[in-house]
Design a protein around this ligand. Structure first.
Ligand code: MSP
Length: 536
């Protein structure tokens, strides 16, 4: 089913990545969530939707305070530097976010205070004694049974949880047990994928406990209104960074102003380690503040290296900047979207990375275009023949595959089956390579069967065009090059392309390549990558 938006009233789509901790330089794990969010945002924009894509940084709390102290830098300066490095990475990765929310931004404090007041007025905040094991890297209290034998948490195995016994303000999460359960039942698509939903349902079933939303002895954060000895817990503060991001530049910072346009969010994209915060705490906080809930939380898997979660705290990360400098943004985006089933864990291996990119993008896709443009020059004087999709038999295999791809495309992106989308586009490409070999246009040309030759070349070039279109949210630069070679003046990096009234919706279909289009001289759209000399 087609679902691009060609009506005068636009659909809106607001999505977020997590706000990343600034305790260290960004790593490939944070880049992963952001890449996916960017692909989703680009797809919606291409379909004509009005999109707001929020990312940003989470800058308060003990973890950041300690990191800044250890490096002897003023915490704000530290945050500024790291937030900057995130923004630089997003440029290199070709991420088109709309808002960058920083929890140390001026207008954020007003939003946090406004929200705190709403929850306070509801009677959902009280003072009590907090005793428990705290993992500073997770910024979360852990049950003793959750910790490993040496006292560290399973995610941050190099860091022991710390014992805390202090007065804290608490949020009455337990009060929302029933309301949350009813909500999960009424909106089964709220937590995705299914396995994460089950995880949350099981956790909630065991009975929800109130959680503390203030800390003492942590100065880096906002003070609790009327009790400045306490600092607002970093998660309570950070989740609200999503709301702050919705303020327009000249808005007075209030919840009322923030939620007037894009709210509620359509999608919070997160990793599985922060599922409870987004799928349990956050909705309960919003219920307490009498605000509508987001439509979906998707918890993806971890990128691993040697089977262990890559992360700043473990120090086993892959440097995304080095990867991007060496291989470019499209290659990196394609690998992570195609090779990892979204929702599941996935391992990165550089040799595998190079092999896949070379096989798919350089050999299959790039060569197909070059090869067929070469034949077009030789057999048709470099001009697209006067053929349309209707002239191609319905039994023609690439045509059939193109039409199937068209019907599955919307569902594929909607259900975040990016690996399936890539696979289907590449299967179409591969079928064309086979089709050329089997139909041997060079022999047909020699026999004078010009019309047949033209049909073959039309079929193949149209299939390359369609594959490039389908993959444009993932590999926009390569898709641009392919489109240019086919004679289009197109820019898939133009955020307004899909909402432009001139944009021809036919691009979502197989069989629209314009006729008699004069084509530029062919050039390789993707140059093969070199294998690394030593495996890292
Ligand atoms: N600051 C919080 C989020 C607050 S949102 C209001 C936080 N930050 S984080 O920097 O530690 O992690 C951000 C995201 O990166 C999480 O979704 C986490 O799952 C993801 N990743 C961190 N390491 C990862 C991998 N190795 N693989 C995939 N994603 C991982 O949590």
């Amino acid at each position: 089913m087609n679902s691009f938006n060609n009506s005068s009233s636009k659909n809106t789509f607001a999505l977020t990545t997590p706000l990343y901790y600034v305790n260290g330089l960004p790593h490939i794990g944070s880049a992963y969530t952001t890449m996916i969010a960017d692909v989703i945002a680009r797809w919606h924009r291409l379909c004509g939707d009005d999109v707001l894509f929020v990312t940003g940084t989470d800058e308060h709390g003990q973890k950041i305070q300690r990191t800044a102290e250890e490096s002897g830098v003023d915490p704000q300066l530290h945050c500024d530097r790291i937030a900057d490095s995130f923004a630089q990475l997003w440029t290199k990765l070709n991420i088109q976010f709309d808002r960058f929310s920083r929890t140390t931004a001026k207008n954020h404090e007003a939003i946090v205070k406004d929200f705190f007041q709403r929850v306070w007025d509801k009677g959902d905040i009280y003072l009590d004694q907090q005793q428990g094991w705290y993992c500073v890297a997770c910024e979360e209290f852990k049950e003793k049974r959750e910790l490993l034998e040496d006292g560290s948490c399973p995610i941050h195995t190099n860091l022991k949880a710390e014992w805390r016994d202090e007065q804290n303000y608490f949020f009455r999460l337990s009060r929302y047990q029933q309301q949350l359960e009813e909500f999960y039942n009424s909106y089964p698509e709220f937590i995705q994928p299914e396995s994460r939903r089950n995880e949350v349902l099981n956790f909630v079933k065991q009975g929800l406990q109130d959680f503390s939303i203030s800390r003492i002895n942590v100065s880096w954060g906002f003070p609790i209104p009327n009790d400045p000895n306490h600092t607002i817990y970093v998660w309570f503060d950070a989740l609200l960074g999503y709301v702050t991001a919705l303020l327009d530049e000249n808005d007075e910072p209030s919840i009322e102003n923030a939620v007037k346009k894009w709210y509620p969010f359509d999608l919070h994209l997160i990793g599985k380690d922060i599922l409870r915060f987004h799928a349990i705490y956050w909705p309960a906080m919003l219920m307490s503040a009498k605000l509508p809930l987001p439509k979906q939380v998707f918890g993806h898997g971890f990128l691993t290296k040697d089977g262990q979660k890559m992360g700043k705290s473990l120090g086993n990360t892959l440097d995304p900047i080095a990867l991007l400098d060496q291989y470019g943004s499209d290659a990196v985006r394609y690998y992570f979207l195609k090779e990892i089933e979204f929702g599941k864990d996935g391992d990165f291996n550089e040799i595998r990375f190079v092999n896949i990119i070379n096989a798919d993008l350089a050999n299959d896709l790039g060569n197909l275009l070059n090869r067929s443009l070469g034949m077009l020059n030789k057999y048709c004087g470099g001009i697209l023949p006067p053929i349309t999709g209707n002239d191609i038999s319905n039994e023609n295999i690439p045509k059939r595959m193109g039409e199937t791809l068209k019907s599955n495309l919307f569902e594929g992106y909607k259900l975040y089956q990016f690996n399936g989308v890539c696979e289907s586009a590449l299967n179409l490409v591969r079928s064309c390579n086979k089709y050329i070999d089997e139909s041997a246009p060079w022999s047909l040309f020699k026999k004078g069967e010009q019309k047949e030759v033209e049909k073959i070349l039309y079929t193949v070039l149209e299939s390359v065009r369609f594959s490039a279109f389908v993959l444009a949210p993932i590999i926009p630069n390569i898709s641009n090059k392919i489109y240019h070679q086919l004679g289009f003046d197109f820019d898939f990096n133009n955020k307004d392309l899909g909402v432009n009234t001139e944009f021809d919706r036919g691009h979502f279909e197989w069989g629209i390549l314009p006729l008699n289009q004069d084509l530029p001289k062919p050039f390789p759209v993707f140059v093969k990558l070199e294998l690394p000399t030593t495996e890292s």
